[in-house]
Write a protein that binds this ligand. Sequence first.
Ligand SMILES: *Cc1c(COP(=O)(O)O)cnc(C)c1O
Length: 346
Amino acid sequence: MKTLEELTRPNIWALKPYSSARDEYSGKEASVFLDANENPYNAPNNRYPDPLQGDLKRKIAVVKKVLPEQIFLGNGSDEAIDLLFRAFCRPGIDNVVAIEPTYGMYKVCADVNDVEYRNVRLDAEFRFKAGDMLAASDGNTKLMFLCSPNNPTGNNLDRKEILALLEGFGGLVVVDEAYADFSDEPSFLAELEMHPNLVVLQTFSKAWGCAAIRLGMAFASPDVIGILTKIKYPYNINRLTQEEAIRMIGQHYQVKLWVKSLLEERSRMIGEFKKLKCSRHVYPTDANFFLAEVSDAKSIYDYLVDKGIIVRNRTNVTLCHNCLRITIGTRPENDALLEALKQYKD
Ligand SMILES: *Cc1c(COP(=O)(O)O)cnc(C)c1O
């Protein structure tokens, strides 16, 4: 691996972060706060939230078996993705490499930051090879993006290939585990100690049922986390979100139950979907959705919209011609979809 200083944009490496009132005084003992120009009325929302989210990070650290210093919290994982570009990629000079097809935000963030986005097509079974990613890279490649289970294909990427990439690449390897709670495979969090160039992304938006609170997590070495923390907005996670996330962690068992029932529904749905006349192929999935090739994605999508049922039409995505991405819902929601599709005439 290159040194972190070599990887980081020079202006970011040199940056002295904004120091907020709550950074400069973060002790607990004081009871008179006249430092931040807050309104003394309307507690608790009158006070700026903890900029470093100490309580929440300590709780996440226990659940995820990492150190609080290995956690960055963002306004969705999307914030962490954007900050990785801003911290490490010099606009107009550096580049990143990602698998294709995958989650669309990596490319959007690359474009926003004027960073070249190189993609490496998965094979017909949506597998990738570390060697192909390395071959697409050069001395200015700072980040590689993997998503496992991958969106929109649903499958886990090959663990051995991910490890080979971590060994072979001198920059940061981002493994987006937004759907890892639905998979049997162990998380790459366990690899953080061994691989200082690993960044794992997770989110409260999927299995945790908290898309509305906007809370994403990046896990990496304390040094990488330090850089992301240095460049984030000071109060990027609001108090309501921190409080709700802490409450949800207390309901950890509830998340497990949701996942269990979604996985049961997933196998039932796939079994039923395969029997439909419009179904051509259902791809294996490790996530809370599946990708299905159908007779005519556009016309089925429009037909379902007309019935008030929305799925994701992925027909214009590489390797996904005539494919719909279908999220697993409640049993009645899934039945509504199946019923509608039974009545669909090609
Ligand atoms: C849904 C999703 C996310 C979550 O993004 P948030 O900003 O945390 O809501 C991240 N990565 C992938 C691949 C996703 O599908």
